[in-house]
Design a binder for this molecule. Structure first.
Ligand code: ZN
Length: 132
């Protein structure tokens, strides 16, 4: 079951510059930055009430986020929904015929269990499932 939006991720080219803008101009509560080696990204987190905004920039251009930026430019990259159990959610979605990018969960930022759902069935929007 989906509980809430865990975060909205925005792909950016210049993370330091965007951190300043989101912190100093939007005035969001900056929580910190993390490098996720496996996905070749740097991620900055901002708290917005119950949810978060994540700015994500590639550490290498030959990475999913790097390719996204080259193809589509900066903008919303994915929406992450918080679920109780990622493995159960994957199983349920597969039974419903949903195309998954990740057939099993993996570790994302903040060492959370995550899985990505293919955007094709959801209006072209990449979906992340994140275990709470
Ligand atoms: Zn995410």
């Amino acid at each position: 079951m989906i509980n809430k939006i865990a975060h909205i991720a925005i792909a950016v080219n210049d993370l330091d510059k965007e951190i300043e803008r989101y912190r100093d101009i939007l005035g969001l509560d900056y929580l910190g930055m993390e490098v996720v080696e496996k996905q070749k990204v740097k991620v900055a987190f901002f708290k917005v009430g119950e949810t978060q905004i994540e700015l994500t920039a590639p550490t290498e251009w030959d990475s999913p986020v790097g390719k996204f930026l080259k193809k589509r430019g900066s903008g919303i990259h994915h929406i992450a929904y918080e679920v109780d159990d990622v493995e159960n959610q994957i199983k349920e979605f597969k039974e419903k015929g949903v195309r998954m990018i990740d057939e099993t969960s993996r570790l994302g930022a903040e060492k959370a269990k995550i899985a990505f759902v293919h955007p094709e069935g959801f209006s072209g929007v990449l979906i992340e499932l994140k275990e709470k």
